[in-house]
Design a protein around this ligand. Structure first.
Ligand code: C2E
Ligand code: CA
Ligand code: CA
Ligand code: CA
Length: 277
């Protein structure tokens, strides 16, 4: 038994060392990725169920690693957050996607952009100024920008966070609460946080045919509507889900049913196809 124990220990240290060095090398690569222009923004449409129109697109970051190929955001975003690299990377995403949106608007597509804002970006002192600067730089009206924040924000630096969010709303930017229903979510956030949209997490939409999940979504939708919030259903994959979603008073959908996130050129084709359901 002792023998196995020792072997296990050896095995674990080896595995741990490998994991650490893998992370370190990924971190090194991540540091250089901006300069080496390895990032690309993909876009995923959001459909307004009332007008049956694509009103908005979410910017989702992609990393084309020179050797590893495509690295999933699920792997590198947490690393970028741990290392603080998310601040310059997030700034690049914001700049890039606002520039693209202005271009689309100039081409006659009446479209808004939704950008994920990491907790660390919101904590940084100059975030409000930065957003203003990027909007001016691209001559994009603030009403066409939505910033998606997550519930974890509500826990740290609450007063400071609330002030910044209010300032962003004052300049005309829309604030969306992302992944609602996961983590430490609380229905009370819907009345305490300065937000305009609430995005119901895909895990709820996935099980929307289940009565209990549907009841939860229904309550969220009702509270949100009473506060004047727009509800967005994330991760819509099947047509049947849409009928239920609509019956629950949800105004917008996003998900593979409409389209996976795609490069800007492909997104343009989708605008022209006037994607609808
Ligand atoms: P998120 O903000 O919740 O984005 C939605 C994720 O769900 C995206 O994954 C999208 O591709 C995926 N998705 C959309 N529709 C469906 C569907 O119908 N079914 C399923 N199963 N999935 C769907 P993605 O692009 O891999 O991004 C993962 C996460 O990485 C994002 O989750 C977000 O938290 C983070 N992320 C991505 N880009 C950025 C960024 O620029 N900044 C920050 N801070 N985070 C980002
Ligand atoms: Ca999001
Ligand atoms: Ca989400
Ligand atoms: Ca998320």
């Amino acid at each position: 038994a002792k023998e196995t124990g020792r072997n296990n220990y050896k095995f674990f240290t080896k595995a741990m060392n490998e994991e650490i060095s893998f992370k370190l090398s990924l971190e090194n690569d991540l540091r250089k990725a901006l300069v080496k222009e390895e990032f690309e923004v993909y876009y995923q449409p959001q459909l307004d169920l009332n007008t049956n129109r694509i009103v908005s697109v979410e910017a989702l970051l992609r990393w084309h690693h020179p050797e590893k190929g495509f690295v999933s955001p699920a792997d590198f975003i947490p690393l970028a957050e741990e290392t603080g690299l998310i601040v310059p990377i997030g700034e690049w995403v914001l700049r890039e996607s606002c520039k693209q949106t202005k271009k689309w608007r100039n081409q006659g597509h009446d479209i808004s952009i939704s950008v994920n804002l990491s907790n660390q970006q919101l904590i940084s002192n100059h975030i409000v100024e930065l957003v203003k600067e990027i909007l001016i730089e691209n001559q994009l009206d603030p009403q066409y920008l939505t910033l998606e924040i997550t519930e974890s924000l509500a826990i740290t630096n609450l007063t400071d966070t609330l002030n910044k969010l209010k300032k962003l709303q004052e300049i005309g930017v829309t604030i969306a609460l992302d992944d609602f229903g996961t983590g430490y979510s609380s229905l009370s956030y819907l009345s305490t946080l300065p937000i305009n949209f609430v995005k119901i997490d895909k895990s709820f939409i996935n099980d929307i045919c289940d009565k209990t999940k549907r009841e939860i979504v229904k309550s969220v939708s009702r509270i949100a509507s009473s506060r004047g919030l727009t509800v967005v259903a994330e991760g819509v994959e099947e047509e049947e889900q849409i009928y239920i979603i609509q019956s629950l008073g949800i105004g917008m959908i996003q998900g593979y049913y409409l389209s996976k996130p795609v490069p800007s050129k492909e997104m343009e084709k989708k605008f022209l196809e006037k994607l609808s359901f």
